[in-house]
Design a protein around this ligand. Structure first.
Ligand code: S3P
Length: 244
């Protein structure tokens, strides 16, 4: 029997003449079960979006980090839409700045050159207006970039398991790091190397194999929770004196 079957108020146990529909599950499941069934979570995400219950706009950029195939661009675009912020894809910005593709940068100049450009482009973006930023999988591995993100943004690690990553990266074949060799072996090695560093992110959300709205709703609620726990911004002395 799953946790869900035990829950009073779930679809299985709900009386047939209950007219309150699935909102009933929303109200009763949380305190009683302490664990949300995916269906109810999807309903709640849908409900939030439909009811216009918009999450408040953050004052720092939201920076998505994680491995190739974790869903950073997909979730990032949706998140930006929900937060009413511009969406920026760091890889596209690097390509625009270099006037060529990432594939070509790697081929012609090598990875170190790409990482250099990546660091500079991300620093420039973070110095700009607040936005949602999807970074390339290696960006957060750079200590300077990490420090900058910590200073200027809120980082969100979209964590995904190897099977999900493999399924997702199969859709594109222009990722230089996955060109030569067995993708499973490469990704497994990257997981070992990078996951401990991604774990330094402010927020960790599992990217799930299902409707992106589900992962999105988890990101939004974790963001709200994180921001609620942030210390209030204290104006510096010069600003407060000027206001007097
Ligand atoms: C890389 C990930 C890619 C891209 C480049 C290097 C990496 O971005 O930046 O190919 O080191 O993991 P995505 O994570 O968006 O695929």
């Amino acid at each position: 029997m799953s946790v869900r079957d035990d829950c009073p108020g779930n679809a299985v146990n709900r009386p047939a003449d209950d007219t309150r529909g699935r909102l009933y599950a929303r109200v009763d499941l949380w305190p009683v079960c302490g664990s949300l069934a995916v269906l109810d979570e999807a309903f709640n995400a849908e409900w939030m979006a439909m009811s216009g219950a918009a999450p408040s706009t953050p004052s720092r950029s939201v920076v998505l980090v994680g491995l190739m195939g974790a869903g950073k661009s997909n979730i990032g675009r949706r998140l930006a839409n929900r937060l009413h912020l511009p969406f920026v894809d760091a890889d596209s910005e690097i390509e625009a700045a270099a006037g060529t593709t990432i594939e070509e940068i790697f081929e012609r100049h090598g990875e170190a050159y790409f990482r250099d450009g990546e660091r500079r482009v991300i620093a420039r973006l973070l110095d700009g207006p607040v936005h949602v930023l999807a970074t390339g999988g290696g960006a957060f591995m750079d200590a300077q970039t990490r420090a900058r993100i910590r200073q200027r943004g809120i980082s969100v690690w979209l964590r995904a398991d190897i099977e999900l990553l493999l399924a997702r990266v199969a859709r594109r074949d222009n990722r230089p790091l996955l060109k030569d060799g067995d993708r499973r072996a490469i990704l497994t090695e990257l997981i070992e190397k990078r996951h401990p560093i991604y774990a330094e992110a402010d927020i960790i959300v599992d990217s799930i194999d299902g409707p992106p709205e589900l992962t999105l709703s988890r990101v939004i609620s974790e963001l709200q929770r994180f921001r609620a726990n942030e210390p209030p911004i204290v104006p510096d002395a010069s600003t407060s004196r000027a206001a007097e």
